[in-house]
Design a protein around this ligand. Sequence first.
Ligand SMILES: Nc1ncnc2c1ncn2[C@@H]1O[C@H](COP(=O)(O)OP(=O)(O)OP(=O)(O)O)[C@@H](O)[C@H]1O
Ligand SMILES: [Mg+2]
Length: 233
Amino acid sequence: MRTLAVLSRKGGTGKTTVALHMAVAAERAGRKTLVADLDPQRSTLEWNRERQKFATTPTIAEAKVGTLFTQRLSAARDGYDLMVIDTRPSTDLECAEAVRWADLCLIVVRPCYFDLRAIARTVELVSNMNKQGLFLINQAPSRRNGEEPKVILDTFEALLEMGMPVAPVGLRYRAAYQNAVREGRAAQEIDQDSLAAYEVNALWEHVSKAIWPTAAATQLAEAGSAEHMALVS
Ligand SMILES: Nc1ncnc2c1ncn2[C@@H]1O[C@H](COP(=O)(O)OP(=O)(O)OP(=O)(O)O)[C@@H](O)[C@H]1O
Ligand SMILES: [Mg+2]
């Protein structure tokens, strides 16, 4: 079983949205998935309450720092392929525990100054624990007249300077994410031909290759650049 930790020290960057969209993408790709919710707000449980009306996967479970290890063991025994850990902002202890068990740490950042400022400590934690990190730019403004907004290019460069790869597919700011989550769904389930679905699927492709690497996928992961970010406008 592999573990994906979704992190950021700032509130509201989109950790829960990303964790749930990755978990649904994993299930749709045939990976039995458990979401472990380390955040006392339990947003994933609220999402799951709505979801129970029409679906029973992915599995959602409350988690605490002290229970994560045993939860992980029993999930592996129960045949899960992937555990996605949703974390709360700040609290280094919980963040460290999520990172400890992660095969990949997805660090969610909005393209803004304060998010970038706050991220250094998370990067340090992931690096010190010798874990694989990947930045994800979320809530990105759309292209204007076909041009990637400068703030995206600047964010991309600033993140690369921190010494970790940036996912070549970011998620744009889209109402589709908010609407889907409100209904206990993921955007790719509501309209699989939408731009949101396209970017979520492309992100999952990238994330899954980082979690289950092959030689070819490693080369692909290293090829990220700002031009690749604009897969979807
Ligand atoms: N790509 C996106 N486009 C539009 N809205 C988004 C996107 N990602 C997240 N949001 C919205 O931003 C808000 C915060 O998202 P979310 O709850 O996922 O963040 P979080 O990092 O988990 O927050 P917290 O730190 O409180 O746990 C929600 O209203 C969510 O619908
Ligand atoms: Mg959250």
